[in-house]
Design a protein around this ligand. Structure first.
Ligand code: SAM
Length: 234
């Protein structure tokens, strides 16, 4: 009999299938599309809009929400921005449909044409014109470092020189060992991911971004905020 030692540190569990998740009408009625994006529906929507306005978002700006989900922030941004100035992309088409159909009023839907929303598996954010500002809230927490650098690479192509892209992440201090498992089952190599600040600085250097660490922005679960500014060249 062949005996090979097995060492498993992590309870087997599948990686979340973000692209494949769907909901029945019943599921939507019981607000599963809100839970999918993490709950805290009112709080996390308002936190984002207040933060973005403080950072200089103005109604005439062209704005893109990366990993927009069920429009937790989107529904407020649609009111704040001029009609047709809010754009959203996500890997899951159903979550966007649920947000569009169930979280917006008719008036809001008239301000947000469906062509401003897109399901994309590789951060295709090219809507034919450049953006002034962007956010990815609680998205890098679910992306591998390879996907983060792809996201930054693609976003850089559609942002105006000087435009800001804000992104949140779970941070671990530089001296903490790479194989640490954080409370709440967070790993650096699997979803939900944590990162060192230097990981994200490194990822940003592969595309034309200035990296700036903002840090605490009042996120109820401790996600930290980063600011990437699109360089004029590159
Ligand atoms: C925690 S939710 C946050 C949603 C939204 N940003 C908010 O604050 O309400 C994460 C979102 O990222 C999306 N997502 C995960 N992986 C993605 C990918 N590779 N590309 C685009 N969206 C992705 C998920 O479908 C989900 O809607």
């Amino acid at each position: 009999m062949t005996e090979i030692e097995i060492r498993r540190e992590v309870t087997a569990r599948p990686e979340p299938d973000y692209a494949g998740q769907t909901w029945s009408e019943e599921g939507i009625k019981s607000q599963q599309h809100r839970r999918y994006v993490g709950g805290l529906w009112e709080e996390l929507g308002k936190l984002q809009v207040d933060f973005l306005a403080e950072q200089g978002l103005r109604p005439h700006h062209q704005f893109i929400d990366v990993g927009c989900g069920s429009l937790r922030a989107g529904r407020l941004l649609v009111d704040y921005l001029e009609p047709r100035h809010y754009y959203g992309i996500d890997i899951n088409v159903d979550v966007m449909k649920a947000g569009y159909d169930h979280e917006l009023t008719d008036e809001q839907r008239s301000r947000l044409p469906l062509v401003n929303l897109r399901c994309t598996d590789r951060f295709d954010a090219d809507f034919g014109h450049p953006f002034d500002m962007a956010i990815a809230q609680s998205v890098f927490t679910h992306l591998s470092l390879n996907n983060i650098r792809l996201c930054l690479f693609r976003l850089a192509k559609v942002m105006k020189p000087g435009a800001k892209f804000f992104a949140t992440f779970f941070e671990e201090a530089a001296g903490v060992p790479l194989d640490t498992v954080k409370k709440g089952e967070r790993f650096t190599e699997r979803n939900v991911f944590w990162y060192y600040r230097s990981d994200l600085r490194w990822a940003s250097r592969l595309s034309p971004w200035e990296f700036n660490y903002i840090g605490d922005w009042g996120h109820p679960r401790g996600q930290r905020m980063l600011e990437f500014t699109r360089k004029a060249d590159g």
